[in-house]
Design a protein around this ligand. Sequence first.
Ligand SMILES: [Zn+2]
Length: 324
Amino acid sequence: MKIYGNSRLLGQTARMVSAGREPHSIMIHGEKGLGKKTMAKYLAAQLMCEERTGIPCGRCRACQLIEKGAHPDLIFAQANEKGNYIVEEIRDNIIADAPVAPNEGDIKVYVIPDFDLSIQTSVQVQNILLKLIEEPPDHTALILTARSRETFLSTIISRCVSLSMTPVTLQESGEFLQENYPDRPMEDIREALEAGKGNIGRCRAYMEQEQFYNSVGLARQIAAAYAGGSEYGFLKALAGAEGKKPLLREALYLFSEIVRDAGVHLAGGEAVGCDTNAAKALSSRLTLSAAAELYDKVNSYIRRIDANCNLALLCNSLCADLFS
Ligand SMILES: [Zn+2]
């Protein structure tokens, strides 16, 4: 199991484990694609590895079972089809199970991934987890992951070790791509690196031509139409999402990043979004305050998508708003 970058985090948790100060409650936060779930699995291996050095050995029974996804004491909570953790799942499979001794070693690890996607039940579930977090049995550890730390109640935040995932360097993303896609042409790798930058999840999704790949294409068209002052082109680009909500949402989010990068470019900083050249092109048409205003506007429309607004009306209204 290899974690790219984030060496400060790895060092922090390794020191805790090797000193026998294993944390019982951990939250991992950071934007989509930064490797929160991989980090949760690595942390579990740090806690469960028989060598107890803080660096999973990869050879012991615990490490091998974790690698195969077959360790009986590493338990991932299951969300329902809507992405919500229902109260019964957490109560029956975590709270009721926690007092029971581990099957293999001396620790059981529960992971609840993508906690922030469980919008409807998040507060309820956190309240149920609070007791386990306040008084954990010696043999348990709980790992929660979410895009933002703000997902969590303050009572939870104050009792968890908080780990913030950061993007990796371009060099580290490049290493990931070369190691995982050795047969792909250099041009593909360069393209994925430009689109995903230091976000390895995005680089991978681009290579695999998952939704992110299409979202990047749309975001580029949206940015080009806006930079060119073409209202028709802008509407046409939005229509390219064909009414698919996740695709439109991601494309607008990536466009907002390009807008932010345009502002960052004006202020003399470095781009982190999916298209540095598009950001530069846009920056020649915007002032810093206009970029900030545009960024806020686009994000307000993203929130309207999240609130289940009619997508066709939303596209028309966004276009009218931005070209008025
Ligand atoms: Zn091991």
